[in-house]
Design a protein around this ligand. Structure first.
Ligand SMILES: [Zn+2]
Length: 109
C-alpha cells in the first residue's frame, strides 16, 4: 500500500464516506503505516481506559479521534474552499507544491 501523500497534517479535509460523511475538520496527525488520518472532531470513539497513576491517566471513558482511512477524506482547498483532488506543480523557485485541481490554487502555504 503506498502512503497517501495528498493529505498532510493541518489540512482541512472533508469526510467523503462513512458515518461522519460530510463533516469537515483539521488533520491532527497522520498514521503513515495505516494510511490513516486523525481528523479533529471526526470519527470519535469511546475508549475505556484503566487508571495509570504513573502517567497521570485517570480511568474511565475517554473520547478521542480514531483514524479515518486516507482515501475516505478529501482535502478542502484553502483558495476556493471546495473539496478537491490534488495535483502537483513545481514552482519557479523549485519548490514542489500541491495544487487544487478545481481552481489551480496552491494548497501548500
Ligand atoms: Zn481550489
Amino acid at each position: 500500500m503506498p502512503v497517501a501523500r495528498h493529505i498532510r497534517r493541518n489540512d482541512q479535509v472533508l469526510v467523503i464516506t462513512g458515518k461522519d460523511r460530510g463533516k469537515r475538520g483539521r488533520v491532527l496527525r497522520m498514521d503513515a503505516k495505516k494510511n490513516g488520518a486523525f481528523v479533529e472532531g471526526v470519527n470519535i470513539i469511546k475508549r475505556h481506559t484503566k487508571p495509570n497513576p504513573q502517567k497521570q491517566i485517570k480511568g474511565g471513558v475517554v473520547e478521542r479521534e480514531a483514524p479515518l482511512h486516507a482515501s475516505n477524506v478529501q482535502v478542502v482547498c484553502p483558495e476556493c474552499s471546495k473539496p478537491t483532488r490534488i495535483g502537483r506543480k513545481i514552482l519557479g523557485d523549485g519548490r514542489k507544491v500541491r495544487i487544487c485541481r478545481k481552481c489551480d490554487g496552491v494548497v501548500d502555504k
